[in-house]
Design a binder for this molecule. Sequence first.
Ligand code: ARG
Length: 326
Amino acid sequence: MKRFVRVVLVVAALAMVLTMVFACGGETGSPAGSGGSDGAGSTGSAGGSGNDGGSAGSGGSDSAAVPSSSGSAGSKDDQASGGKADAEDSKPDVGFTVESGVLIMATNAEFPPYEFWEGGKIVGIDAEIAGAIAEKLGLTLRIDDIDFDAIIPAVTAGRADMGMAGMTVTEERMENVDFSDSYAMGVQVIIVPNDSPIASVDDLFDENASFDIGVQEATTGDLYTTWDLEDEGLATIFRYKRGADAVQALIAGRVDCVVIDNEPAKAFVAMNTGLKILETEFAVEDYAIAFGKGNTALRYAVNGALVELIAEGTVGRIIDKYIGAD
Ligand code: ARG
């Protein structure tokens, strides 16, 4: 039950962000904004997130969406973004970046196919979308690979311009960062050994359940299993720095299952033998890019580029390239 409430909240919060973006970001706002659906087809219908519309009034990030009322640091950009509508052909106003001319993306490159190391480079869906965004904005992309739980602190402390890491929009995160439109959907799934007694998500919620569950630390897989199972006395959660480490613990028999996002789950199962993904899902969620509060001009600029890339089909092609390939 609680899971559904949470999914609804996440979707509602996202709808609110979308509404604000369209209200404030004007010229970039093609209705394709909800179109994580272009590419996220493999995970289900992402298109709904933009449509639940105005009912979602109660979220936390309103202040950042009202440029004129935000703090002094914001005022320069607020003016700049206010003038944007009549200066469409001038160079895009990107507000301030940590390093001039550079777009610093904080990620955790342990999350195939969204971000992972290949041939000495970070590649993947997020890396390519960010590259296309930077190109549209005339910025050079720099990707910093850090622990997942360090991404939001890096963004809020001004060490990175944005966090992009297959990151799920959640109410709690929206207290610290503002999100772009969603560009893909994620599903929290359960990986088990082929001969596992766990057959569905309901087995984890059985009143006598006491499974050991592996997760990547600070991900939604960690948060949801902690709140819904460990806090209820139904499981013990083992937190690993990398999803791959949780999967190794599963193979070694140190945990009974792993709760993790579906696409990395598929990649990890394909890399190992004897594992499978259960058909029932733990949660469905939206991925978006995180920004520090107060830097609304940069968020609008990046989001405008993202919305264009979704509308042009580029995001869909990038997602298909990595997800179609398995
Ligand atoms: N979607 C999950 C979350 O936002 C997991 C993301 C993990 N990403 C990563 N690059 N390791 O919590």
